[in-house]
Design a protein around this ligand. Sequence first.
Ligand SMILES: [Zn+2]
Length: 258
Amino acid sequence: MIKRGFDYRYDKEQKELRLIMPEELKNHFFASIYCRGEIMDRSQGDPGIIWASLSSNFNNIQLVAPHQVHGTRVIPSSSSFALPLRTEADAVFIDSSSDAIASLRFADCCPVVIASDSPDPWMLLLHSGFAGTAKNIVGKTLTMLYEEKGKEWRKDRTWAWIGPCICMECYSRKFDDPSTQDALNFFSPDNFYIKNGLVHFDIKGEVIKQLVQCGLPYDNIYDSSDCTCCSNGLYYSYRAGDKISRIFLLGGNTTKLI
Ligand SMILES: [Zn+2]
């Protein structure tokens, strides 16, 4: 089944959601989301165990798998940050100099991939959950990149993918929780509603707003539109009871796999 920007693979016992790269990026990058399945069940969210099962399909290249802390730090997809190191970070940056594959793990938080061939090919994997979205990890990372790449960066040659994450109906927080109050000052009013003393947040909607605010054309944003909790048979959801296993986002440089 193909959804705009995504290709679902139901091969064998491990479901996979591949990101479809536009022509401009096909020869540079690949990215894929490993959903609920045998390898992810068995690995229980441990990237070392996941990679022991998958690395032979990827030229046995080293894996960067940061210790995710709901912050905004970016690390490079470099062997100097690869396993067994677990540096604290929530984003990984890939370009032609990257000598490792990048990964992140999720169970309701929003997987975000941003890639461009302007002014040179680069790709970012981001972990944008409730806290990361309230800290605007997407906007901060893209602003940092803009300062580095300057006016040469063409946003019309930049694409973003939003992977499966918890929907607004399934994600609620207590109204009087301090982090809820902070987020109410930050999230756009379109992206939350209050019901029965609970605030429902649309994390994905806020991420899309942040991408558009950074200048990405709306048509260049691909939304898997799946909820991890509503579609718990396909994905892992912390709120639906998956306390250990995780969805695994993997992305890297295609040329390093040859
Ligand atoms: Zn849902």
